[in-house]
Design a protein around this ligand. Structure first.
Ligand SMILES: NC(=O)c1ccc[n+]([C@@H]2O[C@H](COP(=O)([O-])OP(=O)(O)OC[C@H]3O[C@@H](n4cnc5c(N)ncnc54)[C@H](OP(=O)(O)O)[C@@H]3O)[C@@H](O)[C@H]2O)c1
Length: 262
């Protein structure tokens, strides 16, 4: 098992550090999913992104248990499906049981909860955090207007908003809006939304001796965005984590901003 290298972290409230490179697990289940999770932990990932909706929390729990790693060494995120709004306690209890732990590091509301429930669910999230079942709470796929409603009703901003991000989706105003509110941006689908054959990426990758996928993932880090690539192939799992041996110049970052999607 590799030692976790010095992955940069995003500082969340209450002293919680979120590693900026995480392992996405959407679609990873059963035997093959567990093999990919093992490869991720062996590589050095110490941040795993799962969700009730992915149906793989028990796979994550099993692989963590057999890894021999201390629970404190791995940052675990899971998510509440909006259809479970009003059943936060029971859903979190199920997640904790499946993951084999007594608390998760980050719990997100997976998609915006409709109407008046928006603030109610957020209140329950804050209460469960205060009870110590989760270290940090946040949202996913929320607009800034929806985040403002949470802040207005409770005085507390989500620690994180997990949203789709990639060069094609790059939006400096949206990033600035999150920063103003003290909300960390965690980007999902970094590779799916990108044309990895684009000549700009190919050129930059060649000049650093890395792959276009690594350039795209590193580009997220340069913008201060936590990134959670998923792969079921061990060699890609490893390469996607290998982002700290090179960096992009401001000019390279600017050339990648806004590249078209595939
Ligand atoms: N909050 C939300 O609503 C939400 C929504 C979507 C995703 N997510 C989270 O974000 C994670 C990442 O997003 P994602 O899974 O949608 O997309 P992604 O990580 O951008 O892309 C995954 C796809 O890219 C391929 N891939 C991985 N590494 C590659 C590489 N080095 N070169 C070329 N292709 C590569 C994978 O194929 P192989 O597996 O065959 O390698 C897979 O088809 C998810 O797993 C999930 O944890 C959250």
């Amino acid at each position: 098992m590799a030692e976790a290298t010095a992955v940069p972290v995003t500082a969340l409230p209450n002293g919680v550090d979120m590693p900026m490179i995480g392992f996405g697990t959407w679609g990873l289940r059963g035997r093959d999913g567990r093999a990919a999770l093992r490869a991720a932990l062996d590589t050095g990932y110490r941040h795993i992104d799962t969700a009730t909706m992915y149906g793989n929390e028990s796979d994550v729990g099993a692989v963590l248990a057999e890894s021999g790693l201390s629970r404190l060494d791995v940052f675990i995120t899971t998510k509440l499906p909006p259809r479970r709004a009003g059943r936060e306690h029971a859903t979190l209890a199920e997640s904790l049981r499946a993951l084999g732990t007594d608390r998760v590091d980050l719990w997100l509301i997976h998609w915006p909860v409709p109407g008046p429930m928006l603030s109610e669910v957020w209140r329950d999230f804050l209460a469960l955090r205060d009870q110590g079942c989760v270290r940090a709470v946040g949202v996913s796929n929320y607009s800034l207007a929806q985040i403002d409603r949470l802040i207005e009703s409770t005085g507390q901003a989500p620690a994180v908003n997990q949203i789709p991000w990639s060069p094609a989706r790059h939006d400096p105003a949206l990033l600035a809006g999150h920063a103003e509110r003290g909300v960390a941006v965690e980007g999902y689908s970094p590779l799916k939304g990108t044309n990895l054959d684009h000549p700009v990426l190919a050129g930059i990758a060649a000049s650093h001796g890395v792959t276009p996928a690594q350039v795209v993932l590193r580009w997220h880090l340069e913008h201060g965005i936590t990134v959670i690539p998923k792969s079921s192939h061990p060699e890609r799992v490893t390469a996607n984590f290998d982002l700290l041996g090179f960096s992009l110049t401001p000019e390279e970052v600017e050339r990648i901003d806004g590249l078209p999607r595939r």
